[in-house]
Design a protein around this ligand. Structure first.
Ligand code: HEM
Length: 185
């Protein structure tokens, strides 16, 4: 958000439409209306999947449907989520942060497994819905009260792939209050 003030303003506009001037806590119903914020979260998970690679051991010989290849039992298959999410034939301009990649019509025209930050299939993330809900609650609460600023450009991010994907330099952001703090007259 700090790197994309124009996108941040759209998130703020959406939140202002939902909450107005109210300081009331966000409800589950509110999170369903955070459509643009949700697209920002998905785009973040596309470009920076916290789990950048997934590995699976193949138990029985596996013939691929897409070509005359068989993966032998015992092999380890690595799914490079990070790389897959940046394939230009799946996501045009893949290095550009664009929440509109997740407009319903765009998602409908992509392969079901083109976006797998939570993996897929029977061993996929059980916390997916909780994670998305929690992210919406935390981010909306911050952005109802602050604007986020970053002095580092996205192109200068240094990514470090450990078990989870990290920013090597940490997250150096500034929070600027959106509202004048209430006075105790
Ligand atoms: C943005 C946040 C999260 C991301 C990106 C994420 C991603 C993933 C991925 C990719 C896997 C599959 C890993 C593999 O098979 O190698 C996974 C598995 C799992 N996740 Fe998450 N996760 C997130 C949050 C959570 C939360 C909040 C919980 C719990 C409340 C959770 C619980 C689990 C569990 C239990 C598994 C193992 C499922 C199994 O093996 O059957 N995750 N997650």
């Amino acid at each position: 958000m700090g790197c994309h003030p124009d996108i941040q303003e759209k998130v703020i506009q959406e939140l202002d439409e939902i909450f107005g001037d109210s300081d009331r806590p966000a409800t589950f119903q509110d999170t369903l209306e955070m459509k643009y914020l949700e697209r920002c979260l998905m785009e973040t998970l596309r470009m920076y999947p916290p789990v950048p690679v997934i590995a699976r051991t193949i138990n029985t010989d596996l013939k691929l449907a897409t070509g005359n290849y068989t993966i032998p039992a015992g092999a380890t298959v690595i799914v490079t989520t990070f790389k897959m999410h940046r394939q230009p034939h799946i996501y045009p301009n893949p290095e550009v942060f664009n929440p509109d990649n997740f407009l319903p019509e765009k998602t409908a025209n992509r392969h079901y497994y083109a976006f797998v930050p939570f993996s897929a299939g029977p061993r996929s993330c059980v916390g997916r819905k909780y994670a998305m809900l929690k992210l919406k609650i935390i981010l909306s609460t911050i952005m109802r009260n602050f604007r986020v600023k970053s002095d580092i450009k996205e192109s200068d991010f240094r990514l470090q792939a450990d078990i989870i994907l990290k920013r090597a330099e940490g997250f150096k952001i500034r929070l600027v209050p959106r509202k004048r703090a209430a006075t105790t007259a």
